[in-house]
Design a protein around this ligand. Structure first.
Ligand SMILES: [Mg+2]
Length: 347
């Protein structure tokens, strides 16, 4: 039996698109969403000028002096992400999240026309209800759906049908496969494997030696067309995060406790809106020049999404961990349970 077609759905320039909802005059001008000293997301006019996510602000300004930069509205971005996933769950029988703005959807059809109709109405619905563009790729495996959404960008729809998939399983550059690191690509290049078809000349032992058993197995399956065609759906989320930076572009700096409070309050608000309560809270503190974040953890005997329950202990832990140069905070509620499970633990 043929497996369902998969949709890969990805918001275009997500953070920038959320800002542009209120700043339509900037749509055709280069603009970027900023977090700390980095470009979090650039719109397409900015990308045409070479501005990329992850770039330092001064690098981006050098490439594009007229770049309009706006602080990322974390609260609004997280709200739109929650609403986006509500629409995904409403539109599909299974959803496998990729990031806060990206997911695979199984809509339970093997018919390409049905899948295309569903993808178009999903795109219209997200544009209408959330005011942001998404691109949708359709394919028989996760890799093909993901390659299709990449080809669909920006604000488009692309189908990789069986004929195109067969062609890609020969000609696809190894570097275009998602989840394969630059080091592995380089090691394969040294044995003259640059495209999928080049794998045919390599013995299984050599392939395993060069890129490890796990990756060798994955590449074999991609070449043979037997790679992942089913999703690992997530029924309810097991964790939820909100994050923020201490210094904002064009906004006054926060104190460390103000930033912690803002993140904890926001993530608790999102949990209670989703009807979830948390048994644990983890806060990651990132300091200037520190490689690994400092982690604060607290657990509750009974799950809650009330920020007033979490904040006193977290502020105490923050004060104990305080050192100069705090850059960013990420608050993650863990062990999330729906309210009925909370009652079970209470009685
Ligand atoms: Mg995206």
């Amino acid at each position: 039996m043929a497996t369902s077609l998969l949709l890969h759905v990805d918001a275009d320039s997500f953070f920038a698109s959320v800002i542009l909802r209120h700043r339509p005059e900037l749509v055709d001008r280069p603009m970027a969403a900023i977090a700390h000293v980095f470009i979090a997301s650039a719109n397409y006019p900015a990308r045409l000028r070479g501005v990329r996510g992850g770039m330092q602000v001064h690098e981006a300004q050098h490439l594009c002096p007229e770049l309009v930069m706006i602080e990322t509205p974390r609260d609004e971005v997280e709200e739109v992400s929650d609403a986006l996933f509500d629409i995904f769950r409403d539109s599909a029988r299974a959803v496998e999240p990729g990031s806060m703005e990206e997911a695979f959807l199984d809509i339970g059809t093997t018919d390409i026309r049905v899948a295309v109709d569903a993808a178009q109405s999903l795109r219209r619905r997200v544009a209408r209800e959330l005011g942001i563009p998404i691109s949708v790729g359709i394919g028989r495996t996760k890799l093909m759906a993901k390659l299709a959404s990449r080809a669909a960008k920006p604000d488009g729809l692309h189908v990789i049908d069986d004929a195109e998939a067969a062609e890609l399983r020969i000609s696809l550059p190894i570097s275009d496969i998602w989840g394969i690191g630059a080091q592995t690509v380089e090691r394969l290049r040294l044995i003259e494997v640059a495209h999928l078809a080049d794998l045919d000349r390599i013995s299984p032992e050599e392939l395993r030696r060069v890129c490890g058993a796990g990756m060798a197995h994955r590449l074999d399956r991609i070449r043979a067309g037997t790679d992942d065609a089913t999703l690992n759906p997530v029924e309810t989320r097991s964790s939820l995060s909100s994050e923020g930076t201490i210094s904002g572009y064009n906004r006054p700096d926060w104190t460390p406790s103000e930033l912690l409070e803002a993140c904890v309050t926001r993530v608790c608000g999102r949990a209670s809106k989703a009807d979830l309560a948390a048994g644990g809270l983890t806060v990651a503190l990132r300091f200037d020049g520190g490689d690994a974040p400092v982690i604060l953890k607290h657990r509750m005997p009974s799950a809650t999404s009330d920020p007033r329950a979490w904040l006193p202990e977290m502020l105490r832990l923050l004060a104990a961990a305080q050192q100069p140069g705090l850059i960013a905070v990420k608050a993650t509620l863990t062990a999330l349970v729906p309210p009925e499970r909370v009652q079970q633990t209470l009685f």
